[in-house]
Ligand binder design. Structure first.
Ligand SMILES: Cc1ncc(COP(=O)(O)O)c(C=O)c1O
Length: 410
C-alpha cells in the first residue's frame, strides 16, 4: 500500500496556507483619504507620507517611491553613474531585474557565483571580478537573507565602487541590527504582488547620501531637479513615479509589517532547526550577524544523493501532493535568452577592452548546480502560518524521506 500522497496515500495536509495579500478597514480608509484629497499623483501628501515612513522604517535619511523594483534598480544604477561601458557586478542567481536594470541603464552586468550555503553573492568572487571599469556591485538579498555586507562593503570601499543593495525581497531583514537598504550606498525595494509589503506594484530607493538621492529623484521624475521648475529638465529621466493609491495601500500595510516579519522570522528559525534533523535536507548556514530574516522565501538545500537519487522535481511533486506548495526557483541569468542575446545587441563600440558579453562562456558552478538540482523554495505566505502549519512542512518532508523508495520505484 502506498504511503506517499503522490502515489495515492493520504496527504499530510489538505487545508490551505494563509492567503495573500491581506487587507482590512485600514486599506479602505487610506484609499478613501486619497480619493477625497483630489491629489492622486505627483504632489500627493500620501506619497510623501509613505516616503517619510519608509525611510524611517529602513533607517535611512531618504526614501524615494517609484513604479516597481525593476525601475528602482535602474534609477539607483543611473544615480551611481552606470552608463555605456560601465561594469556592474551581480549574482546570476536572482530575478532577471537585477541584471536587466543594469542593461536598461546601458551598463554591463558581470555575473559572479554565489556561496553554496547561503545562495548569496560570494564576496571573494566580487573582488576577483573588479576591473578599472567597475562602478558598482549589486548584492541581492536572496529570499530576504542578508548577504555578507561586512565583506562586500569593505571590498567596495577599498576599490572605490558603490554598493546597491537589491533588497526587493528583504523588507525588514537586518544585518547586525541594521535594516536592509540602509547598509550600502543605495537600497532598492519592490512592492510587487508577492512581496512582504505590497501594493500590487511599486518600488523604492533608499539612501543616506543626498547627492545620490537628488539624482534618483531626477531619474524618477523626467529629469526634473528637486527644487527646479516644472518644465526644467537638466538631465534625461523618465516617469517612474508611484501613484498615491499605491502609497495609500503601502501605508496601511506598513502597520502590519513588523508583526508579520517577526512571525516569519520565528517560523523560519523554527523550520531551520527542525529540518536540519532530516537527513538529506540542509538549511542555510547560520550567521549570527543576521539579526532578522524576513523570509520572503524560505530556501532549503535538497540533497538528491541522500534521497536515493530522486530528482528534485520529483521530490517537489511529492511535497505538493502532501499539501505543501513549493517551487524550484530561479534559472541562472547567464543562461537566459535575453542576456545571451547581449553578445549581439550591446553596442560593440562601448565594450571595454578585455570584457566579453558572450555570456554563453560564463561558467558559475555553484549557481548552475543549485538551480538545476538543489534549491527548494517556500513562499512567505506559508511562513505567516502558525507553528502547527510549519509542523506540516516538517512532517511532509520527513514522510517523503522515510518512504523515498516509493518515489524511486514509480
Ligand atoms: C531580487 C529581485 N530584484 C528585483 C525585483 C524586481 O521587482 P519588481 O517585480 O517590482 O519590478 C524582484 C521581484 O520581482 C526581485 O525578487
Amino acid at each position: 500500500m502506498a504511503h506517499l500522497a503522490i502515489n495515492g496515500g493520504t496527504p499530510v495536509r489538505t487545508k490551505p496556507f494563509p492567503q495573500w495579500p491581506v487587507y482590512d478597514e485600514r486599506e479602505r480608509a487610506q484609499l478613501r483619504e486619497v480619493l477625497e484629497s483630489g491629489v492622486w499623483g505627483i504632489g500627493s501628501p500620501k506619497t510623501a507620507e509613505f516616503e517619510r515612513r519608509w525611510a524611517e522604517y529602513v533607517g535611512t535619511k531618504f526614501a524615494l517611491s517609484c513604479t516597481n523594483g525593476t525601475h528602482a534598480i535602474q534609477i539607483a544604477a543611473k544615480a551611481a553613474g552606470v552608463t555605456y561601458g560601465v561594469e556592474v557586478i551581480v549574482p546570476s542567481y536572482t530575478f532577471i531585474a537585477t541584471a536587466s536594470a543594469v542593461l536598461e541603464a546601458n551598463g554591463i552586468p558581470v555575473f559572479v557565483d554565489i556561496e553554496p550555503d547561503t545562495y548569496n553573492i560570494d564576496p571573494a568572487a566580487v573582488e576577483a571580478a573588479i576591473t578599472p571599469h567597475t562602478r558598482a556591485v549589486i548584492p541581492v538579498y536572496a529570499g530576504g537573507r542578508p548577504p555578507d555586507l561586512d565583506a562586500i562593503n569593505e571590498i567596495a570601499r577599498r576599490h572605490g565602487i558603490l554598493v546597491i543593495e537589491d533588497a526587493a525581497e528583504a523588507h525588514g531583514s537586518e544585518w547586525r541590527g541594521q535594516r536592509a537598504g540602509s547598509i550600502g550606498d543605495l537600497g532598492t525595494f519592490s512592492f510587487q504582488s508577492s512581496k512582504n509589503l505590497t501594493a500590487g506594484e511599486g518600488g523604492a530607493v533608499t539612501t543616506n547620501d543626498e547627492r545620490l538621492f537628488d539624482l534618483c529623484y531626477s531619474y524618477q521624475n523626467v529629469g526634473r531637479r528637486r527644487e527646479g521648475g516644472w518644465y526644467e529638465h537638466p538631465i534625461l529621466g523618465t516617469n517612474n513615479r508611484m501613484t498615491a493609491w499605491q502609497a495609500a495601500i503601502l501605508c496601511a500595510g506598513l502597520e502590519r509589517l513588523e508583526e508579520q516579519t517577526n512571525r516569519r522570522h520565528r517560523n523560519g528559525a523554527w523550520l531551520e532547526e527542525q529540518l536540519s534533523a532530516i537527513e538529506g535536507i540542509r538549511p542555510m548556514r547560520s550567521d549570527e550577524r543576521i539579526t532578522r530574516h524576513c523570509y520572503h522565501l524560505y530556501m532549503l538545500r535538497y540533497d538528491r544523493e541522500n534521497f536515493g537519487g530522486v530528482p528534485r522535481e520529483r521530490f517537489l511533486a511529492a511535497l505538493r501532493a502532501e499539501g505543501i506548495p513549493c517551487s524550484s526557483g530561479w534559472t541562472p541569468l547567464h543562461r537566459q535568452e535575453a542576456i545571451l542575446r547581449q553578445a549581439e545587441e550591446y553596442p560593440r563600440a562601448c565594450v571595454p577592452q578585455g570584457r566579453s558579453l558572450n555570456y554563453a562562456q560564463v561558467h558559475l558552478p555553484v549557481t548552475e548546480r543549485i538551480a538545476a538540482e538543489e534549491a527548494v523554495w517556500f513562499s512567505q505566505t506559508i511562513l505567516l502560518g502558525e507553528q502547527a502549519d510549519m509542523q506540516d512542512i516538517v512532517d511532509a518532508i520527513a514522510k517523503i524521506r522515510t518512504h523515498v523508495d516509493e518515489l524511486r520505484a514509480t
